[in-house]
Design a protein around this ligand. Structure first.
Ligand code: HEM
Length: 481
């Protein structure tokens, strides 16, 4: 494709080199881009700190770009990052690396593993059931008291991650979770602001600065994690997780005798799974708990569906999902409403091209503005109202994935860089939510006002998070509610 460099998209002008940096709050960039989309339309461009950004605000333009060639391939790159280069061994992972033949194999392998585990491998049923029983026990123990729900949510997710990795969970004080939880203390390294500074001045990593220490500590934790996984996967144990399969794949050799999946890759992929999987699932589940506490009518409806389909005698199963359209629609609406990866993960153009009729230069950062797409009045009726039935037809059935309304929901991305954990995330969210609805009624805390849930007020980050809050879990069998 010939690049003429003449047909520039509209956008704010900004300052030389600094661009728009003084006009935006980096942490809540999505809110500024939402306003700019109203001014400039489906696509616009801007400069910031010497980098060019091209922002796509329209579902149709994004589908064209990420799904149709040649742009699907051209825009599948990731921009260079400090974390990718220095913390992830020169992009040895999946999420921060740009495509290459080896990357395609890594992504395919990880996708297949997450898919198989997301669908609920029968060999893990016992472990998944145990996790749900732990969750039940924890909320029952909190019966009627004010509590921060993040504790039970975190325990559920960490147990889930452990089962995914190694086929079983050793609990919060076990060797693996202790390490995984330590990673959370160093989230500064995924902060785009720090990443920009360290990318420009990589020697900063040798100075005794808090962020430099965090980068070093995370590298050390990644090493310890692999050591632990090696030890635990050597145990005599029937359960297997994705680490067992990765160990086997590391033994594979290509026709030329070369190993294609190295230990370094596995280390980095496991870090990716933690980074991409934990905060995303946590934000989604916590938001659901908050919304339900504020909407007793809605909660009763979902409980009714739960009672009819699953009842109180057995644990929810993944196969129940198809019979719970209200719960599924509630999950989808929460994901739309919070759009907690508001700008996805940034892409980059590997060569000059044209998007939405405008020229885009090589190395431009491509921003998929999903926050605007999911809150645009053009696509959604009252986008800042939570409508749990939004994805249901007039018979109360879930719209199929091909329905125009479902096709506007792009929370997991699309195309070559779409989320490889989608099936896993949705299935675990269903199991958590249905167990909660079965066991307790979530009500507002005593003596504290629980504010309405507003996604615009969520805590900033690449993955925005709900503000801390308290609720009460009231055990259902006791109150019969
Ligand atoms: C509600 C939960 C989740 C949401 C909303 C979500 C959403 C996303 C989005 C929007 C992207 C980026 C798409 C792009 O750059 O175009 C992404 C990438 C990714 N997600 Fe998820 N995700 C979730 C959960 C998970 C889970 C549980 C895992 C794994 C355990 C996971 C693993 C990944 C990975 C590895 C990538 C990078 C893929 C690549 O760069 O090729 N995600 N996710």
């Amino acid at each position: 494709m010939q690049f003429l460099g003449k047909n520039k998209a509209p956008g704010p002008k900004g300052w030389p080199y600094f661009g728009v940096v003084f006009e935006v709050k980096i942490a809540t960039l999505h809110l500024t881009l939402y306003d700019w989309a109203k001014r400039y339309g489906d696509v616009f461009q801007f400069n910031m700190l010497g980098k060019k950004f091209f922002c796509i605000n329209s579902v149709d333009v994004l589908r064209d770009t990420f799904l149709k060639e040649p742009n699907a391939t051209i825009t599948a790159n990731r921009p260079p990052t400090f974390i990718g280069k220095y913390s992830l061994s020169n992009y040895a992972d999946v999420g921060f690396a740009s495509p290459s033949p080896l990357w395609t194999r890594r992504r395919k392998l990880t996708y297949q593993l997450l898919h198989a585990y997301g669908e609920g491998l029968t060999c893990l049923e016992k472990q998944i059931l145990k996790n749900l029983q732990i969750l039940k026990g924890e909320v029952q123990a909190l019966d009627g008291r004010n509590a921060e729900p993040n504790v039970v949510v975190d325990n559920f997710i960490w147990n889930t991650v452990e089962i995914l990795l190694i086929g079983r969970s050793f609990g919060k004080t076990g060797p693996l979770q202790t390490l995984l939880r330590q990673l959370e203390k160093h989230t500064v390294i995924s902060n785009p602001g720090y990443d920009t500074i360290y990318s420009k001045l990589p020697w900063l990593r040798f100075l005794p600065l808090p962020a430099s220490k965090a980068y070093a500590t995370v590298s050390k934790i990644r090493l310890d994690l692999i050591d632990q996984l090696d030890k635990l996967s050597n145990d005599e144990c029937a359960e297997r997780g994705i680490y067992h399969t990765m160990k086997e794949v590391m033994k594979e050799r290509d026709k030329d005798g070369k190993q294609w999946l190295m230990k370094e890759n596995v280390k980095c992929i496991i870090y990716d799974l933690y980074a991409a999987g934990y905060r995303t699932t946590r934000a989604a589940i916590l938001s659901m708990v908050h919304i339900l506490a504020k909407r007793p009518d809605l909660q009763r409806e979902l409980q009714k569906e739960m009672d009819t389909v699953i009842g109180s005698e057995r644990e929810p199963r993944l196969s129940d999902r198809g019979d719970c359209p209200r719960i599924e629609s509630f999950i989808l609406e929460t994901l739309r409403y919070i759009s907690h990866l508001p700008l996805f993960v940034f892409h980059a153009a590997s060569q000059s091209t044209s998007i939405g009729g405008y020229d885009v230069e090589k190395d431009t950062v491509i921003v998929a503005n999903s926050w605007t797409m999911h809150h645009s009045e053009k696509y959604w009726d009252e986008p800042f109202s939570f409508k749990a039935e939004r994805f249901l037809d007039s018979n109360g059935q879930l719209f199929p994935a091909t329905h125009p309304i479902r096709k506007r929901l792009l929370v997991f991305g699309l195309g070559k860089r779409s989320c490889i954990g989608e099936v896993f995330a949705k299935s675990r969210t269903f199991l958590f939510l249905s167990t909660l609805l079965q066991t307790t009624t979530i009500v507002e805390p005593e003596g504290i006002t629980l504010p309405e849930f507003d996604p615009r007020a969520m805590v900033p980050g690449i993955v925005i998070q709900p503000q801390p809050f308290e609720v009460r879990f009231v055990v259902r069998s006791k109150r019969n509610s």
